[in-house]
Design a protein around this ligand. Structure first.
Ligand code: PEP
Ligand code: MG
Length: 593
């Protein structure tokens, strides 16, 4: 999409991958070789050494726990829900009783050194997760290897994690794959870019790279075979290109593009204090998505208008037991209070799909994305639903200004919506009989993330106070493309004409029924799509707070009267490629990328 488009004709080596974090990097390749867990030498130990080996293991675990806890306090981790979740999951893994039991058992039974046993157990667990069909477990396999390496490193004082600490200059890291721990272990000022042969756009490493603002590519074919240690390369995180042995004029072209990109980043930061209004004076609400109270810091620093999506399921995912009603009240109240009267849209739990909770017995579903999740699960487990709704209503009763709203996820028919609303009414009455009364209306919304809901948006809009389009799932279900599967990633097309048509229909339904529509999937935070979404008629977006400045920059540059006809014309195009080309041209016209 960005500059340097004439590269193809210049006859040097160019590899293609999937761009997962935008920007440019020009520098030397640093080819990272992980030590392999299966190459750890085994040594027999005598019966008298067993307890000492177990003690070394306990010490290594303790150290791993301390290291990870320290990582979770780093601002770049603390400020992002997604990243803190990764490391909280690592903490849970380090303390996994089965894993510990297995290591101790093998040290006793096989009488081997702790390093050999830890590497064996980590490898077996990881292979097990990798063999499961659910992509969520593939990521867990990577986490287990990550933890295994960390414990191993702590068993062997002299062995250190494949290291970035030794880097003397800025480099582009090249690896088969990277874990979240790899990335946080480096000094970010020394890493200009990341490219891996494996990985997906939604992997933990990808989320981290984006949050840290490091340009990155995944799934670069032949990467390891082609790139040599120390050679000069260029990484283009906008088009998914890696240029090897570039000619001087290409380097120059990229230097210009890189400088322009960096200065745009400065422009984005400058928008922080400005209201998000288009050139023709239309206010666009820019809200933030959060998953836990810690995320509120980033919401405030990035000047969000409110919280457009509070994903409440994370509270359930990071615990070993259900949160109590009082705990939930404390958590929600903390968020609401810090938002100081601004809107907070609390989505009821969307457990299931790629957020599998062992608390509710999700294991074993063949097709969890289409299975027992979100309101489907809540309406079957009214005990869990009641606790959450009671907590939300109690928070509404404390502030009672109508700015706390309730959003139901994965609505796929009107029956589900009506049952959810009726149950909410019953819980509210129950609380009123206990003296906890909400005087004002509590606004109710429905997520539009299943094609049936998009098709029925007009009917749904008549029964709710607002609609929120979940583009992540809407794209997935409309195109039948698993959003986490790298093999079909090229088919995950947010600009597929079918998706655009549904978006437009939902927006029109909202306008007709005077029911505000917002969009809260990843699309909302991707500045390349801002013109498209606003041109289609959206006036509210909700995204990871770190993306607000870039999106606001786009909004400040556009005039709806100008872009509207061009976006409407895109609805007539036949393919995602045609729409992408038209959108790139429109973005270029406004100096956006
Ligand atoms: C979506 O599907 O776009 C959405 C916001 O929900 P989640 O990503 O939590 O599934
Ligand atoms: Mg969703």
């Amino acid at each position: 999409m960005i500059g340097c488009a004439n590269l193809k004709c210049k006859g040097f080596c160019m590899l293609k991958g999937l761009a997962i974090s935008p920007g440019y990097a020009l520098g030397k390749a640093y080819c990272l070789k992980h030590f392999q867990l299966d190459n750890v030498p085994a040594r027999s130990i005598g019966a008298g050494e067993i307890e000492a080996e177990i003690a070394r293991f306990s010490y290594a675990i303790q150290l791993a726990r301390d290291e990870i806890s320290q990582l979770t306090r780093l601002p770049q981790i603390r400020n992002s829900l997604e990243i803190s979740n990764i490391f909280n999951a690592h903490l849970t893994l380090v303390d996994d009783p089965d894993l510990k039991k297995e290591v101790v058992k093998r040290i006793r039974e096989r009488q081997l050194n702790v390093e050999a046993v830890v590497s064996g157990v980590a490898k077996d667990y990881s292979d097990f997760f990798r063999s499961l069909p659910d992509p969520q477990f593939q990521e867990k396999a990577v986490d287990v290897m990550d933890i295994g390496r960390r414990i191993l490193k702590n068993c062997q004082d002299k062995m250190h994690m494949p290291g970035f600490s030794d880097l003397k200059e800025g480099v582009i890291v090249i690896a088969e794959d990277l874990t979240a721990s790899d990335i946080v272990s480096f000094d970010t000022t020394k890493v200009l870019g990341l490219a891996t042969a494996e990985g997906t756009a939604t992997s933990h490493a990808a989320i981290l790279a984006r949050s840290l603002g490091i340009p990155a590519l995944v799934q670069v074919k032949n990467l390891i075979q082609v790139v040599e240690q120390g050679e000069f390369i260029i990484l283009d995180g906008n088009t998914g290109t890696l240029v090897i042995k570039p000619l001087n004029d290409v380097v120059e072209e990229y230097r210009v593009a890189h400088a322009a990109f960096e200065s745009r980043k400065a422009d984005y930061r400058a928008t922080l204090t400005q209201p998000s209004v288009t050139k023709d004076d239309v206010k666009i609400r820019l809200c933030a998505n959060i998953g836990q109270p810690q995320d509120v810091d980033a919401v405030i620093t990035n000047g969000a208008d409110g919280i457009g999506l509070y994903r409440t399921e994370f509270t359930y995912l990071i615990r070993r037991r259900f949160p109590t009603e009082d705990e939930l009240v404390d958590i929600y109240w903390d968020v609401v209070q810090r938002l100081d009267g601004a809107e907070v849209v609390i989505r009821t739990i969307d457990l299931g799909g790629d957020k599998i909770s062992h608390l509710v017995g999700h294991v074993g579903e063949k097709n969890p994305e289409m299975g027992w999740r979100a309101v489907r699960m809540s309406l079957d487990r009214l005990d869990i639903f009641r606790t959450q709704l009671r907590a939300i209503i109690r928070v509404c009763a404390r502030c009672d200004h109508g700015n706390v709203k309730i959003l139901f996820p994965m609505i796929s028919n009107l029956g589900e919506l009506r049952r959810s609303k009726t149950f909410l009414g019953e819980v509210r009455a129950e609380l009123a009989s206990e003296g906890i009364v909400v005087e004002n209306k509590i606004p109710i919304g429905a997520m539009i993330e299943v094609p049936s809901a998009a098709i029925l948006a007009d009917k749904i809009a008549r029964e709710v106070d607002f609609l929120s389009i979940g583009s992540n799932d809407l794209v997935q279900y409309t195109l039948a493309v698993d959003r986490t599967n790298s093999k079909v990633a090229h088919l995950y097309q947010p600009t597929n004409p079918a998706v655009l048509k549904l978006l437009h229909d939902v927006i029109v339904a909202g306008e007709t029924r005077e029911c505000p529509v917002s969009l809260c999937g990843e699309l909302a935070g991707d500045g390349r799509y801002t013109l498209l979404l606003i041109g289609l008629g959206l006036r509210a977006l909700s995204m990871n707070a770190i993306f607000i400045p870039r999106v606001k920059h786009a909004i400040l540059s556009l005039s709806i009267a100008e872009i509207r006809p061009q976006v409407m014309a895109m609805l007539e195009l036949d393919t995602a490629e045609e729409i992408d080309t038209a959108l790139s041209k429109l973005n270029a016209h406004y100096g956006l990328s």
